[in-house]
Design a protein around this ligand. Structure first.
Ligand SMILES: C[S@@+](CC[C@H](N)C(=O)[O-])C[C@H]1O[C@@H](n2cnc3c(N)ncnc32)[C@H](O)[C@@H]1O
Length: 426
């Protein structure tokens, strides 16, 4: 078992699994390691073709790619994976052209750092989030319903979308669709976009202009979302700044700071993030069940792997009301934490010592629309190799947490530059 754990640690528990699919290490659908525009040969050839386009033709293609994708996403509950892959790849290719035209310096493009509330990804690494099919789909379908519900009884709404990245992919494609199909006008929807990366804002100026969506955008603010002080209230707050296991990025700190700026009947999207724990055999969960699956998705989770799990239940729930009532505890070191849930480790599971803790999220964006485990890197189960049940780690380390079957575990969430869960004996 110790060797299995060591192997798992070496590869984050994701060798040959769905998690080894490109980009999932970063939480998104594509690897974020290659320099922008260092295309494959095929992409370089395609870029050559696009270079021959006039600027007007390029913008037409961009708008068409956004409209076509959102039309499909909204009109079809289920679309085959290949079609979706083609549509999203097309959107990505067109958006990257706008990014290239925005003329970011190498430094602005690649600057990535740990901020006081979490990882701040570079515009380069964020560019692929627009390709994260089932995340964008689950959010877009939910956001569309939320907007329709609000505009059914209000003349106009104001939407806040912090940490939106260089392409603001949860709103700009939808706005393009609304404009093209004359669904909602800029008199009805006003959008404020916030990102701390100058390169994201610079790219957004180009993209918004290329899409002809300027009238919909009230503000493009280069600011830290955890300190941003809007001068008005909002009807919708759209936020996705998370990674698998609900770690690393500052989703919680940003949401906690901005939720008070929602109007009384305003909605947070996602409406609910349920973070859950399970004890699994790493090999079964992360490797075997994906050997024959066509792609990673909650629909493709194997029955055998599902039956093999020992679910621990919900360890943290993030909603508008839970955020408004969330109390911070300040430790002696000055580190702030939030008390999350308690779970009991079940008794009577014979092979408990062979299992590892995996933390995963289930996201309800709005009105039942969701992003399930494995649909995206952000909901992908994250193995915690420091959590030992019914066995002693060979190496003593303060990082390790040891618990026995039948005992209770109290989880806390630390609000630092490396946000994540801390387990204690309950
Ligand atoms: C993963 S990307 C964006 C994902 C985007 N929400 C989407 O839906 O595709 C993360 C972005 O969040 C921004 N970000 C992270 N922390 C931030 C903060 N505290 N304030 C503002 N922007 C932040 C980063 O600059 C980066 O552009």
């Amino acid at each position: 078992m110790e060797m299995k754990r060591a192997e798992m640690r070496g590869n984050s528990g994701m060798k040959e699994s769905a998690a080894s699919q490109p980009g999932l290490a970063f939480g998104y659908a594509e690897p974020a390691l290659d320099p922008l525009l260092q295309y494959s040969v095929r992409q370089q050839l395609e870029a050559l073709t696009k270079e021959k386009l006039t600027d007007w033709q390029r913008r037409c293609l961009l708008r068409e790619s956004f409209t076509e994708t959102i039309t499909t996403v909204l009109q079809q509950e289920k679309t085959d994976h290949q079609t979706l892959t083609r549509l999203f790849e097309n959107m990505y290719q067109c958006a990257v052209q706008s990014m290239a035209l925005a003329g970011l310096s190498q430094e602005v493009l690649t600057r990535q750092y740990i901020g006081s509330t979490g990882l701040v990804m570079s515009p380069l690494n964020c560019r692929t989030t627009i390709q994260d099919i089932y995340r964008v789909k689950g959010f877009t379908r939910g956001i569309d319903q939320a907007i329709r519900a609000k505009l059914a009884h209000k003349e106009s709404i104001h939407i806040l979308y912090p940490a939106c990245g260089p392409f603001a992919p949860l709103m700009l494609p939808l706005l393009q669709y609304y404009q093209e199909k004359a669904v909602f006008s800029s008199e009805q929807i006003q959008l404020t976009l916030v990102d701390v990366q100058p390169g994201a804002i610079q790219t957004l100026h180009q993209l918004v202009s290329d899409l002809g969506l300027d009238a919909y955008v009230a503000q493009l603010a280069e600011a830290d979302a955890t300190a941003f002080q809007p001068e008005q209230s909002f009807d919708l707050l759209i936020l996705e700044a998370m990674q698998h296991g609900f770690t690393k990025e500052g989703q919680l700190s940003i949401a906690k700071h901005l939720v008070p700026f929602l109007s009384v009947d305003g909605s947070l999207i996602p409406a609910e993030i349920s973070v859950r724990g399970m004890l699994v055999h790493g090999e079964t969960e992360f490797n075997q069940q994906w050997q024959t699956a066509k792609y990673a998705h909650s629909d493709n989770i194997s029955e055998q792997a599902q039956a093999d799990r020992v679910e621990l239940g919900e360890i943290f729930k993030i909603t508008k009301s839970s955020l408004l009532g969330m109390a911070e505890i300040e430790l002696q070191s000055g580190v702030k934490v939030i008390r999350a849930n308690q779970v009991k480790i079940p008794s009577g599971v014979a092979d408990m010592k062979d299992r590892i803790l995996a933390i995963y999220a289930h996201i309800e964006t709005f009105a039942g629309e969701s992003v399930g485990p494995y649909d995206s890197g952000i909901t992908h189960p994250c193995p915690d190799m420091s959590f030992y049940v019914d066995m002693q780690p060979r190496v003593t380390s303060s990082q390790n947490f040891v618990v026995r079957s039948g005992e209770t575990v109290q989880f806390y969430y630390q609000l630092t530059g490396l946000p994540g869960f801390v387990a204690t004996k309950g």
